[in-house]
Design a protein around this ligand. Structure first.
Ligand code: G3P
Ligand code: MG
Length: 353
């Protein structure tokens, strides 16, 4: 009976559904900094229906960026790209944390990165109920790192914050987005991880169930394509800086969990997003979750191409971001290499029809 259902739904699915779907990276493919890459709008219009199939071809956006809510990011992207980008077709570096928040709901978590206040708002939206920031700790005791003077934005953020309690034992330190104050954040992260979860050394025995402090990074990008002429150092650079200092202090790196492209967890989360988007655009009575051929279009071989290849997707590398042909062959071999996102979409659609 299962084979009959899957054959039937496959027949209806191939009749009613396009033979391909897309996943787009954002920075270096659709935008650079605040600028929209010229070919981006045309590429997405093709998928919105202006194609030989005469139907919408589903796509999702997967970025290692972050630092604000998915809703706000999609509103900004919709405005920039001149078309509706819904939250149901979007994921950013820390979106995948929604699948683990239940482990930390009430537990003390230190969140790093982004503009003052933005990440705590995202964390609360996900369900983290007991969040602190390094600015809270700096206000509690400015000598924790005497070289950082609070700016007006940071002071405004702190006005709404409760006083930090130094008896807090953190369960996890989560780097949501690229930290703004690397030195302050490295200092406090080292303090907490060297004092079994406390900001100050503590002789308190662990409570039953207390594990080692989890260290989680959401974006491994050493480099990313902004509107600066050359690639910029990303959250992967912060991780290297932190681990370099921690190893100098203790003799070894601290074990950590890595999310973001190219990790499997992020691509598994993206596949579910694509399945849901396909069912949203082309609903089937019995959706067997079958995915058509997926084409990932990215500018960073280390995150976009490596992750897509490992997920069994087709990968198309563009030359409008991190990858530069003068560097020689990309570290991870794409299915295809093209100048820009419009050429990538045309090539993939033509290949499948
Ligand atoms: O912080 C953003 C950067 O790491 C890369 O973003 O969109 O190219 O995955 P994206
Ligand atoms: Mg990119």
């Amino acid at each position: 009976p299962f084979s009959r259902i899957s054959t039937r739904s496959l027949q209806t699915s191939s009749a009613k559904r396009p033979p391909l779907a897309f996943a787009f990276d954002i920075d270096g493919v659709l935008i650079r900094g605040e600028q929209v890459i010229p070919q981006a709008k045309r590429a997405l219009e093709i998928l919105e229906g202006d194609n030989e199939l005469g139907m919408k071809i589903p796509f999702v956006l997967i970025t290692n960026g972050g630092g604000t809510s998915e809703t706000i990011r999609c509103q900004r992207l919709s405005k920039k790209l001149g078309m509706e980008i819904s939250v149901s077709q979007f994921m950013q570096s820390h979106t995948v944390l929604k699948s683990i928040v239940h482990k930390y709901a009430e537990k003390p978590v230190l969140v790093l990165g982004g503009r003052p206040g933005a990440v705590p708002r995202v964390a609360a939206e996900y369900g983290f109920r007991n969040v602190s920031t390094t600015l809270d700790i700096l206000r509690w005791n400015p000598s924790v790192w005497p070289f950082h003077d609070l700016d007006e934005t940071e002071k405004a953020f702190l006005e709404s914050r409760p006083t930090f309690d130094p008896s807090t034992r953190f369960s996890a330190i989560i780097v949501f987005h690229d930290p703004r104050n690397w030195a302050l954040d490295v200092q406090i992260t080292c303090d907490i991880l060297r004092s079994d979860g406390y900001v100050l050394p503590s002789s308190k025995p662990r409570k039953t169930g207390d594990d080692d402090v989890k260290l989680i990074f959401c974006n491994p990008d050493l480099l990313w394509g902004s509107d600066y002429p050359t690639s910029r150092i990303g959250q992967g650079g912060f991780r290297a800086a932190f681990q370099g200092v921690y190893k100098a202090l203790t003799g070894s790196e601290y074990p950590y969990v890595q999310y973001g492209k190219p990790t499997k967890a992020t691509y598994r989360f993206a596949e579910k997003l694509l399945r849901d988007r396909l069912q949203e655009l082309h609903p089937l009575d019995v959706d067997d979750g079958h995915l058509p051929n997926v084409y990932m279009i990215g500018d960073n071989p280390e995150s976009d191409i490596a992750g897509a290849n490992a997920a069994g997707w087709h990968s198309v590398l563009v030359e409008t971001g991190v990858y530069d042909r003068s560097q020689g062959s990309p570290a991870h071999r794409p299915t295809h290499l093209v100048k820009d996102v419009e050429k990538a979409v045309r090539w993939a659609v033509h290949r499948e029809i």
